[in-house]
Design a protein around this ligand. Structure first.
Ligand code: ZN
Length: 285
């Protein structure tokens, strides 16, 4: 059972995708996939509820827009330079401890929504990433207990404007937070349904050309390390999202560098976490 949210932007309703691919409206469960849902073991409760109420759940037509699979989280914490070859292509040293940055939660869009290049952008770039969703409040948790705080996993494209990120004063946040810069989904896959999150292939294509292809086994800092580390500096709330970093193959690292243009299409995927596709549009006042 995977968690989805469907409908018009800002008006999504909760749903599930069953193992046979059928999508069901679970509005009657009475909860959206927000902090309270995850805090109260929502996935387990929903699974039990679906088992007994499946017949009464309206089917969701395949053409219905998929929204982000979770409600807007309290924060998106990202890990930078978490794959060795990506650190090298970025001209950065391999970090000795996780490099953290924030991404605005207003950048979140559905998995197949269009990405709009921000005003003045010439260097917008792609980053396929494994995102972790927190299931249980995490403050000063150890590596050993960290995975018990994970609800599940999602596919994320951590879109980044390199000029805003790297050529301006200050932190990376400016290049990471533009509207539409965080397509997530198609769905949230519960932790119990992912055998090994550290052995998942992840890839990204631009206009059918495969530019990123790696495996989460190449993560420098694994998921328990990242969750535990972040929790030493802030409390991770249920429903929060951690993006674990992108592998080699971003536009910045190409020779010559290549960035997104209006009319481009990105397609990305992670084993078991689905595929997403975004058209790239120019900014319009
Ligand atoms: Zn990233």
């Amino acid at each position: 059972m995977k968690l989805i949210r469907v409908g018009e932007p800002g008006f999504e309703i909760p749903g599930v995708e069953l193992n046979d691919g059928a999508r069901l409206d679970v509005s009657a469960f009475g909860e959206d996939f927000d902090e309270q849902f995850f805090a109260k073991a929502g996935i387990e409760r929903l699974r039990t509820w679906v088992e007994t109420h499946q017949e009464e759940c309206p089917p969701i037509p395949k053409e219905t827009r998929l929204g982000p699979p979770i409600c807007r989280p309290s924060k998106i914490v990202c890990v930078g330079l978490n794959y060795a070859k990506h650190a090298a292509e970025s001209g950065m040293a391999i970090p000795k401890e996780p490099v953290l940055f924030f991404k605005s939660t207003s950048s979140i869009i559905g998995p197949n929504d269009s990405v709009v290049l921000p005003k003045g952008s010439e260097k917008s770039d792609w980053e396929v990433e494994l995102a972790v969703v927190i299931g249980k409040k995490a403050s000063y948790v150890s590596k050993e207990e960290a995975m018990l705080h994970v609800a599940g996993y999602m596919l994320h494209n951590d879109i980044s404007e390199r000029a805003f990120q790297l050529e301006m004063e200050g932190q990376w946040v400016k290049g990471k937070s533009c509207d539409t810069f965080a397509p997530i989904g198609p769905y949230l896959v519960p932790r119990s349904e992912v055998t090994d999150p550290h052995d998942l292939n992840l890839w990204l294509k631009v206009n059918d050309e495969k530019l990123q292809a790696s495996n989460t086994s190449d993560l420098i800092f694994d998921i328990p390390t990242v969750v535990s580390y972040i929790s030493q500096f802030m409390t991770l709330l249920p429903g929060d999202m951690i993006s674990t970093g992108t592998p080699f193959g971003v536009g910045l690292g190409l020779d010559p560098p290549r960035f997104l243009q209006p009319g481009d299409t990105m397609e990305l995927g992670i084993d078991g976490l689905g595929v997403s596709r975004q058209a790239v549009l120019a900014f319009q006042d």
